[in-house]
Design a protein around this ligand. Structure first.
Ligand code: FBP
Length: 262
């Protein structure tokens, strides 16, 4: 039984969230490897792949494109986000309310919390409002838990990632999205810290098929329930092929080498 409303964006207790907030977070540079992906319609089409349990986008993209896909795609509306043009201490503007997300038909909301940033306190308070709004509208809550900021020397260390996973439980997320901490053992620690909050790994910058799928398989073995991935899918020449392989690894727990041969 999944906590709260997360089953809307999961299948058989697993999730494969296609993340597509990069146009805001990183800018057009992320579309360069595969220019057709600058068009949100390409991503909505990809999100109809049977592997994908939800598509994460910002409000403007949802308003413009989701109505045509509402029957086929589960919407995870990212409520906060900031461009890469911003150069201050990590922070994220709240661009949408939980109420408006519900009006747009969202199944779940997404929210970034930068634990350790000088803005952590405000971000946690903003998360509270979003989380309680999501509960009122029976939407799942996914926390992008990315500890970072000037107080943190190594934001990729297993200890910091496990702490980030724990923030998901403490603050009331159904799913917490963390960076892959480098090993199955470290992912197991993060999963343990999150308790009933499900842990999904973030895709990260593009890697070769085998290394990427191996990390995903290790994360699943360690108790993670899936992944939220953007660039490692849409920057490839053939995103459908990696989605086929991910479907096998995440939902059927097929060995990565075999999954690539499918
Ligand atoms: P990727 O799988 O492409 O890393 O996307 C996951 C994600 O969390 C996106 O939702 C977000 O835009 C991006 O990574 C943020 O990454 P970072 O801030 O670490 O560069």
């Amino acid at each position: 039984m999944l906590p709260h409303a997360a089953d809307e964006i999961s299948r058989d207790g697993k999730s494969l969230i296609l993340a597509y907030d990069h146009g805001l977070e990183h800018g057009p540079v992320d579309f360069e490897p595969n220019p057709s992906t600058a068009d949100p319609e390409r991503l909505f089409d990809l999100a109809t792949h049977s592997a994908v349990t939800a598509l994460a986008v910002q409000k403007g993209v949802a308003e413009a494109y989701y109505p045509d896909y509402a029957d086929e795609v589960n919407l995870l509306l990212k409520l906060n986000g900031t461009s890469n043009l911003w150069r201050g201490e990590p922070d994220s503007a709240v661009n949408c309310s939980a109420e408006y997300a519900a009006e747009l038909g969202a199944d779940a909301i997404g929210f970034t919390v930068y634990g350790g940033s000088n803005h952590e306190v405000e971000m946690a308070e903003e998360f509270r409002e979003a989380q309680e709004g999501a509960r009122e509208h029976d939407m799942g809550v996914v926390m992008w838990s990315y500890p970072r900021g000037q107080g943190l020397r190594n934001d990729g260390s297993p200890e910091v990632i496990a702490y980030g996973a724990r923030l998901g439980l403490e603050l009331g997320a159904d799913l917490v999205k963390v960076k892959y901490p480098g090993s199955a053992e470290a992912m197991g620690d993060a999963v343990e810290m999150a308790g009933p909050t499900q842990v999904v790994m973030s895709g990260g910058t593009m890697r070769d098929d085998k290394a990427f799928l191996r990390n995903v398989a290790d994360a699943i073995d360690a108790g993670a329930t899936g992944l939220a991935v953007g660039r490692n899918v849409f920057q490839r020449d053939d995103p459908e092929r990696i989605l086929d392989a991910l479907e096998a690894v995440v939902f059927q727990e097929v060995d990565p080498a075999e999954a690539l041969a499918i």
